[in-house]
Design a protein around this ligand. Sequence first.
Ligand code: FUB
Ligand code: ZN
Length: 624
Amino acid sequence: MTIVVDTSKSPHARLTPVSLEAVRLQDKFWLPRLEKLRNITIPSQYELLESTGRLFNFRRVAGKARGDFKGLVFNDSDVYKWVEAASFLLAGGFDKSLYDLVGKVVDEIALAQDEDGYVNTFFSLERKNQRWTNLRDMHELYCAGHLIQAAIALFRATGNSRLLEVATRFADHIVKTFGPGGRLGVPGHPEVEMALIELYRETGNKSYLDVAKIFIDNRGKGIIGGSQYHIDHKPFRELSEIVGHAVRALYLNCGAADLYMETGDLELWNALNRLWDNMVNRKMYVTGGLGSRHDGEAFGFDYELPNVQAYSETCAAIASFMWNWRMFLASGEAKYVDIMELTLYNAILAGISLNGKEYFYVNPLADRGKHRRQAWFECACCPPNIARLLAGLPGYFYAVSKNEVWINFYCESTAEIELKNRSIKIIQRTGYPWEGDVTITLHTDGEQDFIVKLRIPGWSNGASVSLNGAELETDIRPGTYLEINRTWKTGDTIKISLPMPVRKLVCNPNVYENLGRIALMRGPIVYCFEAVDNPGFDVWDLIIPGESILETEYRPDLLDGVVIIKGTGYVMDSKWSEESLYNELESKGEKPRKVDFTAIPYYAWCNRKPGPMTVWARTVPFGT
Ligand code: FUB
Ligand code: ZN
């Protein structure tokens, strides 16, 4: 059974995820995307792993190829993320040719393992004497983490233990090197912490948990230089502001949340929540994107959220999704799933093109049409990361605790869930994310007493829920899980209605460049204005009055099927071609002219011809 984070035996976890195999998608949004992942993304990424030398590097260490190491020091990690993605897809539906391809890649990895368990194609052969000499920069533990995660995914999905054997031998080597009585180690790029804890969960070998704890506890002691960039400026338990390289900070938080679920260390939990509050309230884009600064791929100051200059790396959004999942499993609080949903439909999904083979690394919220997705990058962390995240998606839909079934995400699907050794089938019928009505039918084996927990998204003001036709009287609060506790029987039907009006959002005025601007959201989807839908004016010139009436329309023909937003606004045409940087304000300036505009989901931008785009449009107050 492929459980993405297996907290079933974690003493301080509130919840356990339901496996990937248990959930069958039947919807028009995610199912085609997962099919594209299987048929286009995974094969095309495999070709790139081959053509860019990433697989060659393994063959070279195994003595099957000659030449120099190719690419960046952490290129092995891209191979591992690809294996993890493919394994999740195999869990979703077995496919012999994909299984064989994964087997071939696993062979290459296994043959590159040193006798003492070490695996890293940059440091094998001629650099063997430099192993573990620069933990800050050289990513050995980062690559080890990705190897371990891939191995666990493959084992859980298929029962194939070949890579798990490689990973445990490597983990044993890491324990021997950095475990109790060993060398002082701090991973410059966190990742291995969460992987080792998952390996502990998989194998029961506590030394993996212990060494993960050592890695987290060793931070903030200056062992790797004490920089904020590496989140080494303070011990983890003292952190309160999220700073430094965004992916590093967020992967570290994943590891610390995992450690909390195993140990119950409240100092960790409190630090995690301080970091979360700081991130969500001061450092997160409206899309869920994170790490606004190009310099150091880092979190900026509070409210430093530039639009054109946004960094917002796809991997950082993925890491936030992974961290919020762990925070939710630990606590059962809906606020974490709200951030997962926001991030998934916006910051993460923008990272991959509709054709399934081009990617954003950097995700601006406004652009003049120059920023385009690429087929690959020299530093290609994002493409296989988005593949593994999306491939594992059904594994996030449900969670269980002793007597509860938690429904986290809404999607036309069927799930078979085990609770108290009895099975429950849950059928969801919905047009989510375009429609907010969800009908959930339960099929139980006889009468069963348990609690259904329904997520009421934070954005769904006015949500209502009925059970077998009778409206529930309970107070329905967005941003919580609604609890229905009863004796269930086959055919019981819950209807959830989540109103999805277009919402006009304004930003905290501390984000100076969003002053006087609005962004549009509908349900979990953030919208943007792209040139191709708005001929006759420049979308950067668009002004949408506060009171403007907005309409929506489902367009099956557009961008693989999207709801668009339409309205009437104004433009004051900018003189984009003028060369001077500054001009006099003309006293008899042109009057604003009326225009009809169209907005599309942000995730779908840059799939047609280039042109300006913006998420935040100018506005004028009501009645102006
Ligand atoms: O350092 C490995 C990966 O490359 C990081 O996670 C990304 O931010 C990119 O720098
Ligand atoms: Zn990345």
